[in-house]
Design a binder for this molecule. Structure first.
Ligand SMILES: NC(=O)c1ccc[n+]([C@@H]2O[C@H](COP(=O)([O-])OP(=O)(O)OC[C@H]3O[C@@H](n4cnc5c(N)ncnc54)[C@H](OP(=O)(O)O)[C@@H]3O)[C@@H](O)[C@H]2O)c1
Length: 325
């Protein structure tokens, strides 16, 4: 695979079902395509049907190109097994509708890749009253993981949740008083993006503790600095746009394929079966900030999150989440 980091191209059965949020673009696109080229069924959970449909067509075109190179390590299906389902992570109602619609299909779920994300957006609140990056990057993915857990617990003995975080978590502070930015004098876009990514890692540790001994593992990761559409989020911010252009011109940004390697590895590498609570960079275990690793903070965030989602989590879901069933 080159670039000093890699993932094994394994053969996955068509019955292995993988959800990738934001699978229509950037890192999620490459993650979805490669996992599908290994044989699995991939559901790309996206907010735009048009963009998702176009992405699936492009994945199939690129799949045919890979096949025509005579590759024997990918599947020889006529078409990749990739499907679109609608979700808008900025809405808990939409997220719950997606969860219900997926569960209603009666399929198992083996891998959930919480990939979709936005970065450095101006201070905005969702219809649910939460800061936008908090909800899209963290809270809605938490809701998904919670509701899919009972299904994953009964799906097979190697189920995985993979949370695409960011090294940006190191720029974040953990402060329950300002978690929704409502009382802060100044809203720092970088800080609040970092916070949402910090929470994903903290959730990983809290969930891994509760899932210990089960068939479901949870990992989180930093994909590297990747040249994707995420830069559109700061179209209104000239300083960051200029900085990104400069960094791009030095060739320091990774391609989306390079950026997807750590996610793909966490999702498919057989060696990682049963390995939980690990944060990865460049496909290798890495150490996140001390703030992320602080157990007291993790538990405070866990309780706060359950409170945020109390109208969306039934008692049996909470009980499963707490490792009681
Ligand atoms: N690029 C980097 O350098 C970098 C570095 C560290 C971490 N990350 C993380 O990597 C992940 C993927 O980012 P990327 O760089 O691949 O960015 P991207 O190309 O902008 O892709 C982001 C994906 O998230 C989707 N999305 C955004 N808001 C959504 C919503 N409300 N509901 C559902 N889907 C939504 C986007 O859908 P649309 O196409 O509809 O917008 C898109 O599919 C993010 O979690 C990001 O924080 C990226």
């Amino acid at each position: 695979m080159g670039g000093g980091m890699s993932f094994p191209v394994v053969r996955l059965p068509r019955e292995r079902v993988v959800i990738v949020t934001g699978g229509n673009a950037g890192i999620g696109y490459e993650t979805s395509k490669w996992i599908a080229m290994m044989g699995a069924k991939v559901i790309i959970a996206c907010r735009s049907e048009e963009r998702a449909t176009e992405a699936i067509e492009r994945m199939n075109t690129e799949f045919q190109e890979e096949k025509s190179k005579g590759r024997t390590d990918i599947v020889d299906y006529d078409q990749l097994c990739v499907e679109y389902m609608h979700v808008d992570l900025a809405s808990l109602k939409s997220t719950k509708q997606f969860i219900d619609a997926f569960i209603a299909t009666g399929q198992p779920l083996h891998v959930l890749i919480c990939n979709a994300g936005i970065a450095f957006v101006p201070k905005t609140y969702t219809e649910d009253g939460y800061e936008l990056m908090f909800q899209v990057n963290y809270l809605s993915h938490f809701l998904m993981a919670a509701h899919f857990l009972p299904l994953m617990k009964s799906s097979c003995d190697d189920c995985r949740i993979v949370s695409v975080s960011s090294v940006g978590e190191k720029m974040a502070t953990f402060d329950m008083e300002t978690i929704q930015a409502k009382s802060t004098v100044k809203f720092g876009r970088i800080n609040y993006y970092g916070r949402s990514k910090l929470y994903q890692i903290m959730q990983m540790y809290s969930m891994a503790r509760r899932l210990e001994g089960s068939n479901v593992t949870i990992a989180s990761l930093h994909p590297g600095a990747v040249d994707t559409e995420i830069v559109h989020n700061f179209d209104d911010w000239r300083f960051l746009q200029t900085l990104t252009s400069c960094v791009r011109s030095t060739g320091a940004l990774r391609s989306p394929f390079e950026g997807a390697k750590t996610s793909i590895n966490a999702a498919v590498n057989p060696v990682l079966r049963g390995v939980s609570g690990v944060y990865y960079m460049d496909t290798k275990p890495a150490t996140p900030s001390g703030t992320a690793r602080n157990k007291n903070n993790q538990e405070k965030l866990w309780q706060y999150t359950l409170e945020c989602l109390k109208d969306w989590l039934e008692a049996d879901i909470v009980s499963c989440l707490e490792g009681e069933s």
